[in-house]
Design a protein around this ligand. Structure first.
Ligand code: ZN
Ligand code: ZN
Length: 356
């Protein structure tokens, strides 16, 4: 029996943010007990997201307050090792993903509205509501535990829980159809890599915007039809050139600065949609409302997606259509991973192996 072979230690390692900034402290902390409606997971892998960097620096105003110390990290994958007594549908040994949303109320307007549960009035989010995935064990409400299909690698499944989920929903929010153009600003990172692969799998024509030869090669490998270098090319001119003078039907903004958004309004196709999902440290940009009106452009923000979206993401992976490159580092190497992300030196996604 699986339960005979699982030994749960009393303590575990966690990377704690004890003061705001990029440094963390590898600390021994207790392994939590699952509540009646929760699972205890042995977290084997955790992705590292650019939002972790911003949160650790306290650079973005969070809807819920941050209290020090905390473990950041909000996309993980692991094995169920203990089950709360009210939980049904899970067994020890199940492979499960962990998202930033650990709990939602199920009773507010947004929880009741199809597809809007990420906007719950009183959610429990990792990092703010409870410690995140930069640790070896975590409890998760069964409602937000997503079973990972057989054949999907756990290390690769971890980044689906924020990056893959978020950009998959953002692509839907652009309302683009197969054969249409979608541009992704900041396409070379974790979200962008997923976005390029999903776009291709959905029959969309993806245009990647990022900078440098390494990102160029990376984005084309992920399925981008065109690459525009934001440092050496005029993005607006190039974008119009590759879209027959009309611009892309949809734009997803992941890039952590204002200029890419201001450019997007210039090059987006008339009646097109710009979806903002990046959380830059400096979140202000100048909006030309006249241009927005004359072009009939929709600009909208989006947070994560629905639980159904996440299941769909995992099915894309199970079918072999999505396989983003990951770089595995040890949990102990987190400070180095964070510094590289802060300097935009990561292609694809860094995933932490919590055993190292
Ligand atoms: Zn994230
Ligand atoms: Zn709610």
């Amino acid at each position: 029996m699986v339960s005979d072979t699982i030994t749960i230690p009393k303590t575990q390692k966690a990377q704690l943010t004890c003061k705001f900034g990029l440094e963390t402290e590898l600390t021994e902390i207790p392994v939590p007990e699952p509540k009646d409606d929760e699972l205890l997971l042995h977290l084997l892998y955790s992705g590292v997201c650019h939002s972790d960097v911003s949160i650790m620096k306290n650079a973005i105003p969070m809807p819920m307050p941050l209290t020090l110390p905390f473990a950041a990290g909000h996309e993980g994958a692991g094995i169920v090792v203990k089950i709360g007594k009210e939980v049904t549908g899970f067994k020890e040994g199940d492979r499960v993903g962990v998202t930033v949303v650990n709990r939602s109320c199920q009773t507010c307007e947004y929880c009741k509205r199809t597809g809007a549960e990420a906007f719950c009035d009183t959610p429990t989010h990792l990092t703010t509501g409870k410690w995140g995935t930069f640790q070896e064990y975590i409890t998760v409400s069964a409602l937000y535990a997503h079973k990972i299909p057989d054949g999907v690698d756990l290390a690769k499944a971890a980044p689906t829980q924020c990056a893959g989920w978020t950009i998959y929903r953002a692509l839907k929010e652009t309302n683009t159809r197969p054969g249409q153009f979608v541009a992704i600003n900041g396409a070379g990172g974790g979200l962008g890599s997923f976005g390029l692969q999903f776009a291709k799998a959905m029959g969309l024509r993806a245009i990647a915007i990022d900078f440098g030869q390494a990102k160029h090669d990376h984005c084309l490998r992920q399925g981008a039809e065109f690459f525009i270098d934001a440092q050496t090319q005029n993005v607006v001119e190039e974008m119009l050139k590759v879209t027959n003078g009309c611009g892309p039907h949809g734009v997803i903004n992941v890039a952590p600065s204002a200029k890419p958004l201001e450019d997007a309004l210039l090059y987006v196709r008339k009646t097109g949609t710009i979806v903002i999902i990046g959380l830059p440290d400096d979140a202000k940009f100048t909006l030309d409302t006249n241009l927005m009106v004359f072009k009939g452009v929709t600009i909208k923000g989006n947070l994560l997606g629905s639980r159904e979206d996440l299941d769909e993401v995992l099915q894309f992976m199970a079918r072999g259509l999505i396989d983003i490159p990951i770089e595995i580092m040890g949990l102990s190497e987190l400070p180095n991973a964070i510094k590289r992300l802060d300097n935009c030196q990561v292609n694809g996604r860094i995933v932490l192996d919590t055993s190292k």
